[in-house]
Design a protein around this ligand. Structure first.
Ligand SMILES: Nc1ncnc2c1ncn2[C@@H]1O[C@H](COP(=O)(O)OP(=O)(O)OP(=O)(O)O)[C@@H](O)[C@H]1O
Ligand SMILES: [Mg+2]
Length: 208
């Protein structure tokens, strides 16, 4: 386990059809070797203020437009999932403006599965290495936080409470947990829950 508790990774997607159609120019350079994203000024005139010509940002890791989901998984997400198997709590979340590639990264495509499916494989690969004499119980829950309200996506129950106890710390009250013995069981929880996501989000997904 690395000594850093939080890592920030940036992934840049290629220009989409809409951006190409109005001749948008790419002003981003990704340098994976030094984990830097360089943002060039769109104003190439000599009048551009020197410090605005180029800005350089450094992260824990950066991935360019040709990166595959499996690259992100192997290089960045896998150690986080493996840490869970060693007893740590862990969280992977995507953040960014609409259309930037959050769903693409988390859900992926059939030819290049995303973080969620790769995590499921990683968990069951780990379980397959455990001797039969050791009992493993894997349970899954699926929630959505929307408009400050927590919804159990599997049971469709909304407005769940945030509770705190000495044993569990902070947790979501009345959250359903589903026993998963295989990757298919885990996929079913994911699929059942996905159908109950907020409609407005569905609408946004359909826009892109
Ligand atoms: N790295 C990438 N390579 C190729 N295409 C990508 C990449 N990232 C995103 N895309 C494409 O860009 C479009 C928008 O991506 P996506 O739906 O993942 O965005 P999002 O961040 O989830 O947006 P929203 O906040 O609206 O849900 C999709 O058509 C997706 O296939
Ligand atoms: Mg999305």
């Amino acid at each position: 386990m690395s000594t850093e508790n939080i890592k920030v990774i940036v992934r840049c997607r290629p220009l989409n059809k809409r951006e190409i159609s109005f001749n948008a120019q790419n002003i981003i350079v990704v340098n994976s070797n030094v984990a830097q994203v360089i943002v060039n000024s769109p104003d190439k005139s000599q009048t551009a203020n020197e410090e605005h010509i180029q800005q350089i940002f450094t992260f824990d890791k950066v991935f360019g437009t040709q990166s595959m989901n499996i690259d992100l998984f192997n290089q960045s997400f896998k150690p986080v999932v493996q840490a869970v198997t060693q007893g740590y709590n862990a969280c992977i979340f995507t953040y960014g403006q609409t259309g930037c590639g959050k769903t693409f990264t988390m859900s992926g495509e059939q030819s290049d599965e995303g973080c969620i499916s790769n995590s499921f494989d990683c968990i069951f690969d780990y379980i397959s290495t455990i001797p039969n004499s050791v009992k493993i119980v894997l349970k899954a829950s699926y929630i959505e936080i929307h408009n400050e309200k927590i919804k159990d996506l599997v049971t469709n129950l909304n407005d769940l409470p945030v509770n705190e106890s000495k044993e569990l710390g902070i947790y979501v009250g009345n959250l359903s947990e589903h026993l998963c013995c295989t990757k298919t069981d885990l996929q079913k929880v994911r699929e059942d829950g996905y159908k109950n996501r907020n409609l407005q989000w569905w609408a946004l997904e359909m826009l892109f």
